[in-house]
Write a protein that binds this ligand. Structure first.
Ligand SMILES: [Zn+2]
Ligand SMILES: [Zn+2]
Length: 141
């Protein structure tokens, strides 16, 4: 009599948070994880996750089990993405190390009308984060 009601097999004793999946497509296969944030009021295994489904474009954000999230992140197509976990930037599912600061000079054309002969030098201080795999990124400070 209860057949046909699909339930995620191992969900019985868990906290009542929605699974990390596209409610429209009914799968986590196409998800692009946008951010992961600590939820201080929740147990540590519950995080606030936001994601987009690359198949149908649905955006969702809700508390989720870190276990569910890790299942999605374990997919090979997620490996290149940078995650924000609280104040940490994650790559290869580990926090990235701060590798130093850089001063970047950006050349900004003052005007596109009067011939761009004057370029304004803008210095931008950035924070360099590096992952064990060699990936690094720069963030404005
Ligand atoms: Zn979808
Ligand atoms: Zn990495």
């Amino acid at each position: 009599m209860v057949s046909g009601f699909h339930f995620r097999g191992d969900g019985a004793g868990r906290h009542r948070v929605p699974p990390v999946m596209c409610g429209n497509c009914g799968t986590d296969r196409y998800l692009i994880i946008r951010s992961v944030t600590d939820m201080p009021a929740q147990p540590p295994e519950v995080v606030l996750v936001s994601y987009t489904c690359s198949r149908c474009g649905t955006f969702d954000e809700h508390p989720a089990q870190a276990v569910d999230l890790n299942q999605v992140l374990a997919r090979p197509e997620q490996a290149a993405d940078v995650l924000i976990l609280g104040s940490n930037y994650m790559h290869c599912r580990q926090p990235m190390e701060q590798a130093g600061s850089e001063l970047r000079k950006l050349s900004v054309p003052v005007s596109t009308e009067e011939g761009a002969k004057d370029a304004l030098g803008v210095y931008l201080s950035t924070r360099v984060l590096r992952c064990d795999c060699g990936f690094q990124m720069e963030l404005p400070e």
